[in-house]
Design a protein around this ligand. Sequence first.
Ligand code: ADP
Length: 469
Amino acid sequence: MDGGRLVGPVHRLSFAVNREKMFDKVLIANRGEIALRVIRTCREMGIKTVAIYSTADAESLHVRFADEAVCVGPPASKDSYLNIPRIMAAAEITNADAIHPGYGFLAENADFAEICGEYGIKFIGPTPMQIRMMGDKITAKSTMINAGVPVVPGSGGLIADVKEGIGLAKGIGYPVIIKATAGGGGKGMRIIWDEASFEGQWNMARNEAKAAFGNDGIYIEKYIEEPRHIEIQIAGDQYGTVCHLSERECSIQRRHQKLVEESPSPFMTPELRQKMGDAAIKAGEAINYEGVGTIEFLVDKYRNFYFMEMNTRIQVEHTVTEEVIDHDLIKEQIKIAMGEKISGKNYIPEMHAIECRINAEDVYKDFRPSPGKIVSLHTAKGHGVRVDTHVYAGYTIPPYYDSMIAKLICRARTREECITKMERALEEFIVEGVKTTIPFHKKLMKDERFRSGNFHTGFLNDFDLGTED
Ligand code: ADP
C-alpha cells in the first residue's frame, strides 16, 4: 500500500452518466471536528460514512460515530492524513463512492482530487483545474483581474530578486507586504515599511516560505492599512450557476490567523454587500466554480474592497453562515457533488452569529499549544448555542495536529444580543486539564471596541489580555 500511487482506475460509479445518483458511502479524509461535522450531515442524508484515522486518533469521536473506520498510519500527518495511497486504499476496501476532504490536509490538493477522479471516486469539491487556478495566488489574482474583480495593487507576478523587489515597492508605495505564492495560514508574509528594511524582510520571508511550503516564490502587494478581512461565501453547481451566501467578518486575527468570525459584518451596508456579492459571483463564474468556496477580500476604511484569495473548500467558519441563513453547507456540498442544480438565489443574513475558536493554547504564554488530557469538560448549552467538537472528558489532545478543539457558535437576533449570549456561553464552557483560548474570548466579548464593531485586522496587536485569574 505504501509504494506510491495505486495503479489502474477502478470503475464503480460513473458520474458522467449517473449524475443524479445518490452517494451510498462517503469517506472523510480528515479528522477532528470537521470529520464529525461531515459524518453528521451524511447520517441525516442516509449516506454511510468511513472515517480514516491515525494511530494517535483511535479514540477520537469521528472514529466512533462513522459507520466504518480505517487506520491509515502513524501520527505524523504526512504518514496518515496526507498519505494519498493509503487513503485511496481505504476508499477501495470500503467501497466508498465519494471522498469529502474537509479543510486543511488534502482539501486543496489538486493531485489528490485528480487521483480520486481516476479511481471513479467523486471528490466532494471543485475540479482539479479549479483548485490549481486558485491555489497559486498569483494565477488567482490574474484570473480575477481578467474577470473584472478588484485586486490588491501589486507586482502582478513573482519577484526575481531583491533589486527588482525594491524597484517595484517604490512604484507601489510603502508600506508593502511580501507574500509567498504558495502561502497559507499567515506564513511567509512580511510587512515592509521602508526601503532600508526591505532586504532583511525579503530574506526572512523567502526562508520561511521555503521551509513551510517548499516553494520560495514571492510577490509584493500594497499593504492596505487598517483593513478588515471580509469574505463572501459562494456556491456553484456543475452547470455554471453561482450564487453567494453573504459575508463573514474575520478581522479578529492573531498573527493573520482567525480567532473569531461573525456574520453579518458590523461594517457591512446593503450597497457594499451587493457589490462584494456581485464580485464574488463574478469570481466564481470566471472559473465555472463547482462546490462551496470563499472569496476573501480586504476592505479599507472607505469601503473599497480588494480580492485577496479564494479558498476552494469548506472553511472552519462556515458555521456562522449556516446559522444566519439556516442552511447546512455540507449538505449543499454533497448535493452539488451529486449533480444537483442550485437555484441561483443569493442569501442575506436573517440573524446574527458569532463563532469563537476554542484552541488548546495558553493565551498567557503567547498562545503556546497546550495538548494533553481533558480531565473534565462542560460545553455550553441552551437556546441559540452550538458547539462543534470532537473532544470529550477523558480525551487526550494529541500534540501532532491543529490545536483547535471546539467551535462555540452563538446566534441571536442582533449583534448585541449575540455578544451577550456568547459571554454567557463562555462562562459555562469549562475545560479542565488543558489551557484554552476561553479566557481570551471572555475578555474580547467585554471589550468596548469589539462591542462597537469598530476594529480592523490589527486590532489584537495591542490587545491587553491582563493577567491570569
Ligand atoms: P493566508 O493564505 O496565509 O491566510 P492571506 O492572503 O489570506 O494569507 O492573508 C491573511 C491575512 O493577512 C489577511 O486576513 C490580512 O489580515 C493580512 N493581509 C494579507 N494581505 C494583506 C495586504 N495586502 N494588506 C494588509 N493586510 C494583508
